[in-house]
Design a protein around this ligand. Structure first.
Ligand code: PMP
Length: 283
């Protein structure tokens, strides 16, 4: 069955989907994106993802390409046209098409593209049951990583370096502390069972999964502290995990050449993942 993409008002076969060569997303990475998870027809954290899309666009003075409700309809249409009850939906909005010029052109019509790919929660659970290994990499990204910009070359370089040594993610270090990962937020759990993650700032993308994980942790009566932490603290942590829409809550069992805890997914992390799934299902 052929894949269908949404491109600027039309549902088109994926292989034929195109944007103009002077789209500012192509020339300047002048655009933003979102990735949303749908499981069995149910959207997880959709309100949060759409609110962050609006925020990213506002920060760059790009207009929403259509109303939030219309976006929801298109998301559902593209998912259904691909016959995928469970899927990752990719939404990209760029400033639009204009002759190349650094200055933002006025009155441009934003470009909107959506694609979907299958998501299998059982497969994700199987991966989480084993946990993943990560490597450290310098955080060489720009100073506004809170904007979910399509300018992801530094993220891609870090993730590629991880994949070259068989690791699942890259843990990014800036000025002596961990910021986040190349496509997820990073958390540690210290010996007292306190969950620690970098605070919201211009240095990280404020994950929607991170927010829901925080709420789940509170429900489980776990302490969450938002502060920068160091690689030494990672080495001393009893557990570590990552959060993102595509990985949900993913245990980390090793960083570079050292083990986290006993080198298997930690019990608090497992509880948090289960609690996250239960919460998403109940919405
Ligand atoms: N940080 C980065 C750099 C990311 O790319 C992502 C995933 N898009 C996240 C964190 C996690 O965000 P979310 O939980 O909203 O998927």
């Amino acid at each position: 069955m052929s894949r269908i993409a949404y491109v600027n008002g039309q549902y088109v076969p994926h292989a034929l989907a195109q944007v103009h060569i002077e789209d500012r997303g192509y020339q300047f990475a002048d655009g933003v994106y979102e990735v949303c998870l749908v499981v069995d027809g149910k959207y997880w954290d959709l309100d949060g993802h759409l609110a962050r899309l609006k925020r990213s666009l506002d920060e760059l003075q790009i207009a929403m390409p259509m109303s939030e409700n219309a976006l929801r309809v298109v998301m559902d249409n593209v998912r259904k046209r691909n016959h995928l009850p469970s899927a990752m939906i990719y939404i990209q909005v760029t400033r639009g098409v204009a002759p190349r010029n650094h200055i933002f052109p006025v009155g441009l019509k934003p470009s909107l593209v959506m694609t979907v790919k299958p998501f299998d929660l059982d497969q994700s659970d199987a991966k989480a049951a084993k946990g993943i290994r990560v490597i450290t990499q310098p955080d060489i990204r720009w100073g506004r990583t809170d904007i979910k910009s399509t300018g992801l070359l530094a993220n891609a370089m870090a993730k590629h370096a991880a994949s070259e040594v068989g690791a699942g993610e890259a843990l990014l270090i800036r000025d002596g502390h961990i910021t986040e990962c190349s496509s997820s937020n990073a958390w540690i759990i210290d010996k007292d069972g306190v969950l620690i993650t970098h605070p919201k700032s211009h240095e990280i993308l404020s994950g929607i999964t991170r927010e829901t994980a925080k709420a789940c942790a509170q429900e489980l009566q776990l302490n969450v502290v938002e502060r920068p932490f160091t690689l030494d603290e990672v080495k001393a942590a009893s557990e570590m995990f990552l959060t993102s829409a595509s990985s949900v809550v993913m245990p980390v069992i090793g960083v570079d050449s050292f083990k986290i805890g006993d080198g298997t997914p930690g019990p608090i992390t497992k509880r948090l993942r289960e609690s996250y799934k239960a919460r998403a299902r109940a919405l």
